[in-house]
Design a protein around this ligand. Structure first.
Ligand code: MIG
Length: 798
């Protein structure tokens, strides 16, 4: 719809020359002869906001995407003008605004290179059908430019050459390339000449992105209504762009409880109670670690939210308690559709209080979902969200459910062509009344937000845990997510890998896929390969529709069971490592998974890689995505890597073959890394951690690692009750030194570290801990010894 032919140009309107300019602290206003106003706000030195009004009147400035905690402030703001341009300069950026037509060009303030430039720039078309404008923006695609981000799109990591749409859509058994699917995340990154920037188009209408698809050298984005309102975010590092984007749209309000990073088992559906218990018991019997078990829609009475089918679950509180005694947290699904039923209290109350969405002409929005005909709460109204949050009291506080799963919140409606509400449905939009055209993409987000607040209230002093299917930018503040109804195929395994990486790059790291595939059934090999990938996904859950057979870890015979157990055990050992990465992500917005391009954008080989990624800061992973594979070729980023299985060394910067039969997968550790490990537990909290293992991988040079720990739940860490250990490693040809810096008031349960040194290149003469020599014993060429957790300096001398 960005229209470039002469004929298509006809409907497009363009700003004319600037006739007026005004500056108000951090915001500049430019008005054109034909009454277009551009408002540029300097949010930060590297973040500029551009907003256009086509007839000088801006809408009320309200956004669900931007967090109230977004930081503001810059070191420098200067504005000058020359013959052709107004020129805004911050310490990071120089932005030219053309006096002739409002077109912009943005340069790096340091080396003056061009980062992003308008092609046609802002233009619009009047929307005769709905009123308002179809707002459009086009940018020149610079030489060698690549594009990334955009949420859950099931296509290659690099988006160049493709066009996308954002309109949250229930997409059962979607295929590669399907678009749009469940989420609407209108944020992308551009990368050229090794420099990256991002654009967040904060417009909730149906929006479109074209990355050199229609025209080779043009990237454009537009929306069916609302304002052209976008943030330009400069890096130049991709990780800085994502970090700045999450500064704007928010980071999780807190780290998840540690158990939520454990393994979750789900199915549509486990019922009755005896079946739930049978599955749970089998985990313990087979010694396969598991922390959470899910109740899908069949636990409810006729699919009525906040009810229980008492035939299947006669005493939910007792059951939940008995599961909890075995270390299982119960997670229950809650959908948005409320059954029309005069005997049903939730329905009656919402009706009485006028909380349901209505059609433009007055009747309620009626739609069929699992319970039959339903009405739907308007989660865009604060009062409705508060009411919804309070509905969780019984489920959480009384019954003891630990997490809630929000599904069907695109919102999905059955048996209608658009699979959702009609456009005319009205929403409050927090006091900015609008139609579904504007509210559709944030409906799921606001439901998840209300659910989150309910759980937060009733789980206190523990941390809430929520999962959502639909999301808009910013939803990462409240909840985790999964990639929806995938299929048990090898291609979907590849897609799961890409989608979760892309979610991380799009600011939403707490993501995973339905391991094994939701629709259809995997064979044991596919299931096992999928679990292997899932170990390295922030959200780690097996789920399936159940129509096609079982998908528990033991469903594919004893060999596969053993391999799956071994991999889930690795996840449990790596919990302190993942928890640290999660904490980093909530602090700085650094993605928990780093696609190779994000890990090293300076190495052009990474620009088109899909499969390999970095888990946390130090672990390189590459899933096996083909049947009968005994290994695969993969690209190693520049640097030195240790094979996790045998400590063999790989020098990066090229593609190499890696052996990985079904009981293995390519896992590599960055040289110099210190990886913290817990003992294997059947569930988080099963054991008191009596010792922290530190796997040290020698490097000649320097490397910093960190370990974050706390009570594993609750909010005390926000008051300083955490333990953060910084390890500075310095390796030389004949020595290895590790300095520890500790901060925070939390006292860990263990007193000692078990240090495992991998591949030391020299023979040890002595080991000193804080200047005192200790005894050493050698194991398998590796060196293992125990030292106090309080050590400040460890010195290994060769
Ligand atoms: O129309 O609750 O994506 O995970 O098991 C299907 C039943 C509704 C779709 C979800 C899936 C869930 C299923 N739900």
């Amino acid at each position: 719809m960005i229209l470039n032919t002469e004929l298509e140009y006809k409907g497009n309107l363009f700003p004319s020359k600037i006739v007026f300019y005004k500056k108000n602290v951090d915001t500049l206003y430019f008005k054109t002869e034909n009454n277009v106003t551009l408002q540029v706000t300097v949010e930060r030195d590297s973040v500029l906001r551009f907003r256009f009004a086509t007839s000088s009147i801006f809408e009320n400035d309200f956004s669900y995407g931007i967090t109230m905690y977004a930081s503001k402030g810059y070191n420098k703001l200067e504005i000058e003008e020359d013959k052709n341009n107004y020129i805004i300069t911050t310490s990071k950026l120089i932005c030219h605004i053309s006096k002739l037509d409002l077109r912009t060009a943005i340069f790096d303030a340091k080396d003056k290179t061009l980062i992003c430039e308008d092609e046609l720039g802002f233009h619009w078309e009047e929307s005769y059908e709905f009123g308002g404008d179809i707002v459009k923006m086009s940018k020149t695609s610079l030489e060698g430019e690549s594009y990334f981000g955009l949420g859950d799109k099931p296509v290659d990591i690099n988006l160049k050459g493709k066009r996308f749409e954002n309109w949250a859509t229930d997409s059962y058994a979607y295929v590669r390339g399907a678009d749009p699917i469940y989420k609407a995340i209108p944020f992308y990154l551009g990368l050229h000449h090794k420099k990256a920037y991002g654009i967040f188009f904060d417009n909730t209408f149906r929006s479109y992105f074209d990355f050199c698809h229609e025209k080779r050298n043009v990237t454009s984005f537009w929306a069916d209504g609302g304002e052209m309102n976008y943030y330009f975010i400069y890096g130049p590092e991709m990780s800085e762009v994502v970090s700045n984007y999450t500064d704007l749209t928010g980071r999780p309000h807190h780290i998840p409880p540690l158990w939520a990073l454990g393994f979750h088992q789900c199915k549509w559906s486990y019922y009755p109670e005896a079946k739930v218990k049978e599955v749970a018991n089998k985990f313990r019997e087979l010694k396969i670690p598991c922390d959470a078990i899910y109740l899908d829609i069949d636990y409810m009475e006729g699919f009525r939210c906040f009810t229980w089918n008492k035939e299947y679950f006669p005493d939910p509180k007792r059951m939940v308690k008995e599961l909890a005694d075995e270390g299982f947290k119960t997670i229950a699904i809650i959908d948005p559709g409320i059954k029309i039923d005069n005997e049903y209290s939730v329905y009656k109350e919402a009706l009485e209080k006028d909380y349901f969405c209505k059609r433009a002409d007055g009747p309620y929005m009626k739609g069929k979902v699992w319970p039959g005909e339903c009405y739907f709460p308007d989660f865009t109204k604060p009062e409705v969200r508060d009411w919804w949050a309070d509905l969780f009291k019984e489920l959480i506080e009384d019954i003891g459910v630990k997490g809630v799963w929000n599904d069907m919140n695109e919102p999905a409606v059955m048996d209608v062509p658009g699979k959702t509400f009609p456009n005319d449905v009205r929403h409050d939009y927090d006091g900015n009344p609008c139609s579904h055209r504007k509210a559709h993409n944030i409906y799921g987000m606001q439901m998840a937000r209300a659910t989150y607040h309910g759980l937060k209230k009733f789980s206190y002093p523990k941390r809430p845990f929520v999962i959502t299917r639909s999301a808009y930018s910013g939803t990462q503040r409240y909840t985790s997510t999964w990639t929806g109804d995938n299929v048990a195929t090898w291609d979907h395994l590849a897609l799961a890998n890409i989608q979760v990486q892309r979610m991380c790059m799009s600011g939403f790291s707490f993501a995973g896929s339905d391991i094994g595939g939701f629709a259809e059934q995997p064979n044991g090999e596919l299931f096992t390969r999928w679990v292997q990938l899932g170990v390295f996904h922030p959200f780690f859950r097996v789920h399936s529709s159940g129509d096609h057979g079982d998908q528990e870890p033991w469903a594919f015979g004893p060999t596969m069971t053993d391999i799956v157990r071994k991999f889930i055990e690795i996840r449990y050992q790596l919990l302190p490592y993942l928890y640290t990465a999660f904490w980093r992500y909530t602090e700085d917005g650094i993605p928990i998974l780093k696609s190779l391009v994000l890990f090293d954008q300076h190495d052009q080989h990474t620009n088109y890689r899909n499969d390999e990624f970095i888990f946390g800061e130090k672990i390189l992973v590459c899933p096996i995505l083909e049947q009968n594979a005994k290994g695969r070729r993969m690209y190693f980023p520049i640097g030195k890597w240790y094979n996790f299985w045998d400590n063999s060394i790989v020098i990066g910067g090229e593609e190499k073959w890696v052996d990985a039969d079904i009981d293995s997968m390519p896992i590599f550790i960055k040289a110099g890394a210190i990886i913290p490990k817990y003992p294997i537990q059947q569930y988080v909290g099963e054991k008191i951690i009596e010792q922290l293992e530190l796997d040290v991988y020698f490097k000649e040079g320097k490397e910093v690692s960190e370990v974050f720990e706390d009570a594993q739940d609750g909010f005390d860490y926000k008051k300083g009750r955490y333990s953060l250990r910084n390890f500075n490693l310095v390796g030389k040809s004949n020595s290895l030194t590790i300095l520890q810096f500790k901060s925070g008031k939390f006292i860990t349960t263990y007193e000692t570290f078990k240090i495992n040194i991998h591949s030391l290149p020299f023979k040890i003469k002595s080991i000193e801990v804080d200047n005192e020599e200790i005894d050493i014993k050698m194991l398998n060429g590796n060196i293992t010894f125990v030292i106090t957790k309080e050590f400040r300096e460890l010195h290994i001398i060769g």
